[in-house]
Design a protein around this ligand. Structure first.
Ligand code: THU
Length: 159
C-alpha cells in the first residue's frame, strides 16, 4: 500500500499584513454581511469576489423557509459576477461571518458546494482564485480553490 499525503498551504495574515486590495476585498465581505437574509440561522455571511479587471461583486447568504432553497454568500456573489461579466476570470474571493453581534474570531470556510462551484471557474478560465477567510484573529489566505478541495472532480475525466 502506498499512502498519498496532500498538503494544503494556508497563510495567516494580520490586517496590517494584507495588501490594500486584499484589505478592501475583506472590508467589502464584512460589509456584505449586513445584507444577509438569515432569519433561520441568524448567521450572517458576506462574500466579495474580485474579477481580473478589479471589479468587485458582493453577495450574502439568502435563506428560505424551505431550507435547502437558500444560497450561501459565496455562490450568491460568484453567480452574480459570472452572470454580469462572464469574460472576466474571478481572481479572489473574501468571506466573513457575523453572528451574535460580532464577527467570528476564527474564519469560516466555504462549504463543499461553494468550493465545487468556485472550482468550476478555476477550470473554466485556467486561473486560480485566491481565497481570503476573515476572522477577527486574522485572515487565512489560500492561493487556490483546488487547495481547499483536494482530489477534485473538475469534469476533465468526462468524454
Ligand atoms: N453559509 C454561507 O453563506 N457560507 C458559508 O461558507 C457557510 C454557511 C450560510 C448558509 C446558511 O444561510 C447559514 O450560513 C448557516 O449555515
Amino acid at each position: 500500500m502506498k499512502e498519498i499525503h496532500i498538503n494544503v498551504s494556508v497563510s495567516l495574515l494580520m490586517p496590517d499584513e494584507l495588501s490594500a486590495a486584499d484589505l478592501e476585498l475583506v472590508e467589502r465581505a464584512k460589509a456584505m454581511t449586513r445584507n444577509s437574509y438569515s432569519p433561520y440561522s441568524h448567521f450572517q455571511v458576506g462574500a466579495a469576489l474580485r474579477l481580473a479587471d478589479g471589479t468587485i461583486y458582493g453577495g450574502s447568504n439568502q435563506e428560505n423557509a424551505a431550507f435547502p432553497v437558500g444560497l450561501c454568500a459565496e455562490r450568491t456573489a460568484f453567480f452574480y459576477a459570472q452572470a454580469q461579466a462572464p469574460d472576466q476570470p474571478p481572481a479572489a474571493i473574501a468571506i466573513a461571518a457575523f453572528t451574535g453581534g460580532a464577527f467570528l474570531a476564527k474564519p469560516i470556510s466555504p462549504c463543499g458546494m461553494c468550493r465545487q462551484a468556485l472550482l468550476e471557474a478555476e477550470t473554466r478560465y485556467g486561473q486560480p482564485i485566491r481565497v481570503l477567510l476573515y476572522g477577527t484573529e486574522g485572515t487565512y489566505v489560500i492561493n487556490s480553490v483546488k487547495e481547499l478541495l483536494p482530489l477534485t472532480f473538475d469534469g476533465s475525466e468526462m468524454a
